[in-house]
Design a protein around this ligand. Structure first.
Ligand SMILES: C[S@@+](CC[C@H](N)C(=O)[O-])C[C@H]1O[C@@H](n2cnc3c(N)ncnc32)[C@H](O)[C@@H]1O
Length: 282
């Protein structure tokens, strides 16, 4: 298991009964987590700053018990992020990705060109920029791209080269191939379901293998890394490893590992699984 136990400013305090309690800086939030199906001896704490109530009509809403700001910041290493509870129980950050940000940063060489696909609020973009890369950040959502821009400025990286693209990832990769652009590092963290800005449908199981093969053609002859992350329940790490082994290794050699990725639960010794990750390196 790849465990993101490198946070000071964030902690997963408890997880059970389909919920998790997290400290984000000085604020404590409680929200649903479908993986946490077990029960602990004592009930989950309810004295929190914010509580996301699921509605049985799908979705849900936040209830705030203290006078907390609409958004605040948390840091990991020297990278900083804005956190804001959003409509869909999200907060603008996937803290379990911290281990991948460290991998990306340590495998980035100065001057590398890195492509971050389904890039959301830019955690991996910050890591690659801090590693000395020029980055192309692609996401279908204008709002997420704007949020990523703010995170880059907040982390003091606004002087670095980063291109922000609001587009469908498949369309963008096809265009980059036609243009003959090449990348030393590729990161993709697709949702299970998604839509491009033009309504392009994305269903992971149907699309991911061909998309990895397409994107692998954008790699330079001596690339630095390829990171694939998935939140899709039931998609085993070995599936990700097989796809990278079939689509990337024949092109550029190297090796690939894959494993679950997760967060330590307080000091219980337990880990909350948060998805799967595959990493290719030379
Ligand atoms: C799960 S998030 C990615 C999380 C991110 N990698 C992180 O850890 O910071 C998925 C992102 O994919 C974007 N997205 C969904 N469908 C897309 C598409 N067809 N093309 C481009 N982006 C898409 C969504 O806007 C969302 O920001």
């Amino acid at each position: 298991m790849i465990v993101s136990d490198c946070w000071q400013d964030y902690a997963l305090l408890e997880a059970a009964e389909g919920e998790k309690v997290e400290r984000w800086g000085k604020y404590v939030l409680r929200r649903p987590d479908p993986q946490a199906i077990w029960r602990m001896d004592k009930p989950l704490r309810s004295r929190v700053d914010g509580f996301y109530h699921r509605s049985n009509r799908g979705g849900g809403s936040w209830e705030f018990f203290t006078n907390m700001p609409e958004r605040w910041t948390v840091s990991m290493d020297d990278l900083s992020f804005y956190v804001r509870p959003t409509g869909f129980k999200h907060t603008g950050l996937f803290p379990e990705q911290a281990a991948n940000w460290r991998f990306i940063r340590s495998h980035t060489k100065k001057g590398d060109k890195v492509l971050n696909l389904f890039a959301y609020t830019g955690g991996a973009t910050l890591a690659a920029l801090a590693g000395g890369a020029d980055v192309v950040h692609v996401d279908a959502s204008k709002g997420m791209v704007a949020w990523a821009k703010e995170n880059v400025a907040l982390s003091g990286l606004a002087d670095r080269y980063v291109r922000f693209i609001v587009d469908d990832c498949e369309k963008f990769v096809q265009r980059e191939l036609r243009r003959g652009n090449r990348y030393d590092g590729i990161i993709m963290d697709p949702p299970s379901y998604g839509r491009g800005p033009g309504g392009e449908m994305w269903k992971l199981e149907d699309k991911i293998f061909d998309f990895i093969r397409l994107s692998a053609q954008l790699l330079t002859d001596k690339p630095s890394f390829f990171v694939l992350n998935s939140y899709t329940t039931g998609l085993a790490p070995t599936v990700l490893k097989n796809m990278i082994s079939l689509a990337v290794v024949p092109r550029v050699g190297g090796q690939c590992m894959a494993d679950e990725i997760g967060l330590p639960i307080g000091n219980s010794g337990l880990v909350l699984p948060c998805g799967a990750t595959a990493r290719w390196e030379p």
